[in-house]
Design a protein around this ligand. Structure first.
Ligand code: URA
Ligand code: URA
Length: 246
């Protein structure tokens, strides 16, 4: 656990140093990341998760905008998915969204078009959003992984670990009031837990100080339509909480 946080910390500092160096293009190659990381590592202290997450400096965005962040990471080759992807799928929506939806990883349609949730599951997500008077233009939608795992296999732990700092930065740039995680993998990855989805759904969770509602993945609703009723309850809870906050 502390190794994970430390790696994220190192990556964040690597990105910070890129900004300080005025690099705003796609500069993260395995070679320069490794060199930067080694340079930073020599002065790095091991931090506990509590220190990392409790330190207010940690919750400040490293990049000036989502666009600048996307430009800096869109040629990422940190994991092997960089070799097999067609398009890097950063995210879509309102950069100042109050609500951030987080899915798992791009599928074939997303990999082809470079936008999250544009396939069948995405069409269902659009309907779910419309049911609570929201849309992909008013909220923000991102995934845990920015690149498609071949054959839509589950994301691997090392892929999620390497990609997580990107989502972390997105959260700190968007500063949503609420987060909704879609499905077990996204929920467990964001919340760093192995608690089953059914249990996580029962209560508001938190990412730093942001309330998180956990619900089913729209692809699960396509396979198991009986989950739709629970999902609708979750969405009503989300909407009510949002209205109580604005
Ligand atoms: N309305 C907004 O303006 N943003 C959201 O994220 C949700 C509803
Ligand atoms: N499923 C996801 O989790 N994310 C997408 O972007 C598409 C399908």
């Amino acid at each position: 656990m502390s190794d994970t946080i430390n790696l994220q910390d190192l990556l964040r500092r690597a990105f910070q140093s890129q900004i300080e160096l005025g690099m705003n293009e796609c500069v993260i190659s395995p070679e320069n990341l490794k060199n930067k990381t080694l340079a930073i590592q020599s002065e790095a202290q091991v931090v506990t998760p509590q220190q990392a997450l409790g330190n207010s400096q940690e919750t400040t965005a490293a990049f000036p905008s989502l666009e600048a962040h996307k430009d800096a990471i869109c040629n990422c080759q940190l994991c092997p998915l960089g070799k097999t992807r067609n398009k890097f799928v950063y995210g879509v929506g309102n950069p100042n969204a109050d609500i951030l939806f987080i899915g798992e990883a791009p599928g074939a349609d997303e990999d082809r078009l470079g936008e999250p949730f544009v396939g069948r599951a995405g069409q269902l997500l659009d309907k779910i959003l419309a049911a609570i008077q929201m849309s992909r233009q008013t909220v923000y939608i991102a995934n845990i992984l920015k690149c498609r795992p071949p054959q839509n296999r589950d994301p691997q732990p090392d892929e999620m670990e390497l990609c997580f700092p990107y989502l972390y930065e997105q959260v700190h740039l968007i500063k949503p009031k609420l987060i909704c995680t879609l499905g077990r993998i996204a929920s467990q990855a964001l919340l760093k837990t192995t608690t089953p989805l059914g249990k996580l759904r029962n209560n508001w969770q938190f990412f730093e100080d942001i309330p998180v509602i956990v619900t089913y993945h729209p692809a699960a609703l396509l396979r198991f339509p009986s989950y739709k009723r629970d999902t609708w309850e979750d969405m009503k809870k989300l909407k009510a909480k949002y209205e109580s906050m604005i």
